[in-house]
Design a protein around this ligand. Structure first.
Ligand code: GRF
Length: 184
């Protein structure tokens, strides 16, 4: 099997990104994908530092034109969004149709947009369904690839709930990506 060439898109902490990089070095994504580089639209994102420490090339790009200019120099199989907070235009999405993947902390049928854990916390949700989906022209409207329901009923603060949710996202995202990269 050919390794899939992937680019990870971040804007902030990059905890999912870090896990994907580690899994690609010595875990479930080893021999399955090759991380070409990480792109952030935020030059101050902590995730950029994490990527550099793990010897992954990074780019800061603020506009889609800049992103496209960078991507066109590489043979890219998948764009993996991990906390990327910029909305991609229909033009961009169509350039990479069915190649852009995202993770969302809630069931995208039930809640779309930012702050999914805050929404779950404020609505006293007992569970949330972490969702990995393809990205289409809408916000969190793309085809669902896989979901994982997690129990969040034990957390009395949003911070605790979010930390727990992120740990659950990390393993889930890497495992789902491994499945996608091996079957497509
Ligand atoms: C995660 O909750 C992810 O589901 C959402 O943004 C957050 C990113 O966190 N899309 P991190 O940057 O990976 O720590």
């Amino acid at each position: 099997m050919n390794k899939k060439n992937i680019v990870i898109f971040i804007s902030g902490n990059g905890s999912n990104m870090e896990k994907i990089i580690l899994e690609s070095k010595c875990g479930v994504l080893k021999d399955i994908c090759n991380i070409l580089f990480v792109i952030s639209n935020n030059k101050n994102s902590l995730g950029l530092k994490k990527a550099e420490l793990l010897n992954i090339k990074t780019f800061v790009a603020n506009s889609e034109d800049e992103i496209i200019d960078i991507l066109k120099n590489y043979n890219v199989d998948y764009l993996v969004l991990a906390g990327f907070m910029k909305i991609l235009s229909p033009y961009f999405v169509n350039l990479y149709k069915n190649k852009i993947i995202n993770i969302h902390p809630a069931d995208t049928n039930e809640y779309k947009g930012k702050n999914g854990y805050k929404w779950a916390f404020e609505n006293n949700k007992k569970t949330t369904k972490i969702t990995v989906h393809y990205v289409d022209e809408g916000i969190d409207t793309g085809k669902i690839i896989k979901q994982k329901e997690i129990d969040i009923s034990n957390y009395s603060t949003l911070d605790e709930l979010t930390s727990f949710g992120l740990t659950q996202e990390h393993d889930f995202y890497s495992n789902v990506l491994a499945e996608i990269f091996q079957t497509n």
